[in-house]
Design a protein around this ligand. Structure first.
Ligand code: 13P
Ligand code: SF4
Length: 350
């Protein structure tokens, strides 16, 4: 666990991180990307960190990959690449710098390390986990194989390297249905997200899909009733749900897609009012680019994603601590499953 006080003491010895209206003014171009959702006093707090990170990033020849659930000051302030899980995995294969800083959760950093093993991959907080990744081990995969002999195992990227290594192919929320459809078997095992599997089962009725009993603590909280009630009280709202939500929630929505798919949909459709049934930062990150869209309704926070802060990013780049390592033998097998997904997905979408 990070010692927050020691971290702060170390950083204040090397950087002037006091709130600064001067640095805020000097970084006004960056602030303009998020001024609908971040107040000027908050920007004066963030700006010294953003400036220090962007300078240090160059010195370390580092690239920051940030998931769509990062807060706006990370997403717009310091990220070199933003995206959903699939987009970040593909980008990780192409990084030429020496260091990748993964602003996301641990399985994402592991995936980057698996795909680009010569790089130093830093995660600013090792405790940034994921309820799905924690729900299954390689033994769980073996259990499913024993129960459904011969069925291929399609594993969500939200898993550890060991679990990926024990699987046949990975998927993300943006390509799950395509990957399952392409499996040469009537029965397909999907792990570990039961709701993603149930949502895919509706899209691919020709397959018998069996699943592991995992779920995302952010998306499982939504209920179809919440959505119906919200729609009743707020007519005209376009409701967009992530496929980690239960199937009746997805049914109650107008569209369902990966975080990247949700951004594309809202950008294309530009509804007057939109409710994003997913993590809270999603709406914040696209609010400035879409001034005509009013983002309404409740959202849920991912406590794991929110462990990543500007302060911890600066600390990891400063100390170069928080390097993610994957046993090479496991990485080799996990790489096969992830690369199969990337290649199949590219082929199916070309
Ligand atoms: P996306 O692949 O849609 O970005 O979802 C990943 C995820 O689970 C983040 O929690
Ligand atoms: Fe995991 Fe859910 Fe958080 Fe994504 S939102 S990292 S699936 S717990």
């Amino acid at each position: 666990m990070l010692d927050q006080l020691a971290l702060r003491a170390e950083l204040s010895d090397h950087y002037d991180l006091a709130p600064s209206t001067d640095i805020a003014a000097a970084t006004a171009d960056i602030y303009a990307r998020m001024d609908r959702v971040v107040t000027p006093p908050d920007w004066a707090i963030h700006a010294p960190y953003v400036a220090a990170i962007n300078t240090l990033k160059k010195e370390r020849n580092a690239v920051i990959l940030a998931h769509n659930y990062m807060t706006p000051e990370i997403y717009h302030g310091i990220a070199d690449v933003v995206g959903d899980s699939l987009q970040l995995a593909v980008e990780a294969t192409q990084v030429e710098g020496d260091v990748i800083v993964q602003c996301g959760v641990h399985f994402m950093a592991e995936t980057s390390k698996i795909l680009n093993s010569s790089k130093t991959v830093l995660i600013p907080d090792m405790a940034a986990g994921c309820s799905l990744a924690e729900s299954i081990t390689a033994e769980g995969i073996a259990e499913m194989r024993a129960k459904y002999p011969g069925a291929p195992v399609v594993t969500y990227v939200n898993t550890t390297a060991e679990v990926k290594a024990a699987s046949d192919i990975c998927c993300t929320s943006s390509n799950a249905a395509q990957i399952v459809r392409a499996m040469d078997s009537e029965t397909v095992i999907m792990t570990p997200d039961k709701y993603l599997a149930q949502n895919v089962a509706r899209q691919v009725p020709e397959k018998r899909i069996v699943w592991w009993d995992g779920s995302c603590i952010v998306h499982e909280q939504y209920t179809a009733r919440d959505l119906h009630e919200f729609r009743e009280w707020n007519p005209g709202t376009r409701i967009i749900a992530h496929p980690e939500c239960p199937p009746d929630v997805v049914d109650a929505a107008d569209f369902s897609g990966s975080t990247g798919g949700i951004i594309d949909y809202v950008t294309r459709e530009q509804p007057e009012k939109a409710m994003l049934v997913t993590e809270c930062s999603m709406a914040s990150n696209i609010a400035d680019a879409l001034p005509g869209v009013d983002f309404v309704g409740p959202c849920n926070m991912c406590p794991y994603m929110k462990k990543i802060t500007l302060e911890k990013v600066l600390w990891s780049l400063h100390t170069m601590q928080g390097a993610v390592e994957v046993d090479p033998a496991i990485a080799d097998r996990a790489r096969v499953a992830v690369q199969r997904m990337i290649d199949l997905s590219a082929r199916l979408n070309s």
